[in-house]
Design a protein around this ligand. Sequence first.
Ligand code: PLP
Length: 370
Amino acid sequence: MATIYLDNQATTPLAPEVFEAMVPWLRDEFGNPHSAHAPGRKAAAAVAAAREQVSSLMPSGGQLIFAGSATEALNLAFGKAGTSFKDGRDQIIVLDTEHAAVRDTALWYGGHGFEVVLHPVGQDGLVDLDALESCLGERTALVAAMLVNNEIGVIQPVEEIAELAHRVGAVMLCDAVQGYGRLALPGNVDMIALSGHKIYGPKGIGALWVADGIVLPPLIHGGGQEAGIRSGTLSPALCAGLGRAAQLCADRLDEDKTHISALADRARALFANWTVNGSLEHRYPGNLNIRRDGLDVARLMSDVRGVAFSAGSACASGSGRPSHVLTALGLEPAQVKSSIRLGFGRYNNEEEIDRAAELINRAAGDQLNG
Ligand code: PLP
């Protein structure tokens, strides 16, 4: 029997339409989009169309820079903090529950002259805006907050955070990797990062949207591609795939939302005797992070091999580190170890949810009663 894939926060399957959009650029066309001749111009046109498709979900104006991943896009964005250092802005504030792509990048800057604040969240995983405001000041260079948390699915009030950041003259970065194509994006932030493989697009491509007036230093030096900010020859296949994935998300926004919400409601009922980690109200429904006290999730995962799901975050699992997100909610180490993340996506169906719940609940019951 095929594995039931319930780990759509770690990555998503490639949409068939995306595959079709990529094939010509892998099989038939090979022009360098930075060449001036006809094959090059054709490739450049495909890249431009993809840029348009991805940008159409972003706030108006601005510039879209393609990168190799969201991690790279986020690292690029942090360069803005570096340029503010000389103006006496030597503080970076990120939420404690940010993905490692933001949190660890901020900590790197912490080792290079910046004061880094890992701002706490409440038990529900949400930031307290008054507490955040009291941390901000004229030394703040950059504030980063994610739209949807990859581990627990909570939705942060990013527009309100951006308003506070702007009040003190700081720049606001939003990691929208888990929200792009599913939720409305904050309209007042300065930079937004996204990833292809979280929106049923290809791996190996991400992008950073940068508002007008924000000038970034290059992260990668070379031939001057992407307005001199991110050198390197673009892959028309990856760009075309990302563009098509973005367009599909836009076209199917309501359909995907209804489908995923229905799967989430079903799962919530089937896992009613588990406790949900993080806010129930401010939550993306495609993420269900739940725990049952006393459970050993490593054992559960090896007992339930027919379901692909995650213990904590896919990025942290395997590292041996307890999840920094669940720890930030105030959970005890034993509770962190008894938590699982189920991620529902466009290509899951109700039968899969029922079967996965049956397998997981049975194994959990055997473990707890055995
Ligand atoms: N930010 C969030 C919230 C994520 O979930 C991920 C991937 O797990 C990333 C950033 C990094 O994305 P990428 O795999 O494209 O580097």
